[in-house]
Write a protein that binds this ligand. Structure first.
Ligand SMILES: Cc1cc2nc3c(=O)[nH]c(=O)nc-3n(C[C@H](O)[C@H](O)[C@H](O)COP(=O)(O)O)c2cc1C
Length: 171
């Protein structure tokens, strides 16, 4: 699929089939996570792939947005393993966001649905999964094949025109 077609057709999937994820499809998604660019190539992303129903149930104590997906990827970063910008700030959150973006697009290419979930109780998630203190969870990505009647929410088509957020040469 051409990139813009893929970007246009990807949408946040909020209804999943129970079908297990094909190993090759998962491999492609994780490879896309591996190939993502990161500051100074420090690769501070740390991912947790969850498909055990009990572990998914534990994740469910931190968010109501799992949508019955058969699996989830918890995208974390190791703050101190990330590059520091000229202001001395660790930029792991930026790296992890790029990784998560690669994941959701690669998943769409594989016929898989995902939804970026930022609305979760961080303390509950850390407790549920024993996430080491040095890892910062950024996003939960439920992942699986969309249900037959899955459809984009009305928000999917509501994008501002380019002219509303791009300026040329000066603001
Ligand atoms: C940083 C971020 C956090 C989000 N958090 C949630 C969330 O907690 N729950 C949810 O259902 N959708 C969440 N979304 C999905 C957005 O609502 C969705 O991407 C947006 O409405 C555009 O729709 P689309 O993805 O279908 O194109 C999040 C998306 C992003 C990028």
């Amino acid at each position: 699929m051409k990139f813009l077609e893929l970007a246009k057709s990807r949408y946040s999937v909020r209804k999943y089939s129970s079908r297990g994820i094909e190993p090759k499809a998962l491999e492609a998604v994780l490879e896309a996570a591996r190939l993502a660019p990161t500051g100074c190539n420090f690769q501070p992303q740390r991912l947790l792939y969850i498909d055990d129903p009990k572990a998914l149930e534990a994740v469910g104590t931190s968010t109501k947005f799992l949508f019955g997906a058969p699996a989830a990827i918890i995208v974390c970063y190791e703050t101190e393993a990330s590059w520091k910008n000229l202001e001395g700030e660790y930029i792991g959150i930026t790296d992890a966001s790029i990784v998560a973006t690669h994941i959701i697009l690669a998943a769409a290419e594989q016929g898989l649905g995902t939804c970026w979930v930022g609305c979760f109780d961080k303390k509950a998630l850390v407790k549920a999964l024993n996430i080491p203190a040095k890892y910062e969870p950024l996003a939960i990505l439920p992942i699986g094949y969309p249900a037959d009647d899955s459809a984009p929410s009305p928000m999917h088509d509501k994008r501002k025109p380019v002219g509303e957020f791009v300026w040329k040469n000066h603001f």
